[in-house]
Design a protein around this ligand. Structure first.
Ligand code: AMP
Length: 114
C-alpha cells in the first residue's frame, strides 16, 4: 500500500490533534472540519479503501465504529446524535487512501449529502 499522510501521523512524523488511541485505532481531529466536531478514526493496520478490507479485518472495522460511539458518549453528544461515514474511491470523495471513519457532530446534519 502506498505511503499516506495518515501513516506519517501514526508514526508521529507529522503533528495531529489526537483524541483517542488504543492498540488498534488512532483518532484525531480533521484538519478541515466540516462540523463543530469532526474526528477521523483510522486503523493502525493500513487498508487503502473499504474495497480492500477482508473478512479477517471485520473485527478491526467494527473497532472503528465502536471507538467512534465511545467517543461520542464520552464527549456527551451521543444522545443529540452524530454521523459516521467512510468515503470510498473517486465517487465517494476519498482523498486519503488509508481508510478512515469520519465522525461528524455538533450541528444538525442534512441528508442527502452532496
Ligand atoms: P476523505 O476525503 O474521506 O479521504 O477524507 C480525508 C480527510 O482527511 C479530509 O477530511 C481532510 O481534511 C483530512 N486530512 C487530510 N490531511 C490531514 C491531516 N494532516 N490531519 C488531519 N486531517 C487531515
Amino acid at each position: 500500500m502506498p505511503e499516506t499522510i495518515f501513516s506519517r501521523i501514526l508514526r508521529r512524523e507529522i503533528p495531529a490533534d489526537i483524541v483517542f488511541e488504543d492498540e488498534h485505532v488512532l483518532a484525531f481531529r480533521d484538519l478541515h472540519p466540516q462540523a463543530p466536531v469532526h474526528v477521523l478514526f483510522i486503523p493502525k493496520q493500513p487498508i487503502a479503501t473499504l474495497n480492500d478490507a477482508t473478512p479477517a479485518q471485520a473485527e478491526l472495522l467494527g473497532r472503528l465504529l465502536l471507538a467512534a460511539a465511545a467517543y461520542a458518549k464520552a464527549q456527551g453528544f451521543a444522545e443529540d446524535g452524530y454521523r459516521v461515514l467512510m468515503n470510498c474511491n473517486r465517487d465517494g470523495g476519498q482523498t486519503v487512501f488509508h481508510i478512515h471513519l469520519h465522525l461528524l457532530a455538533g450541528r444538525p446534519l442534512t441528508w442527502p449529502p452532496g
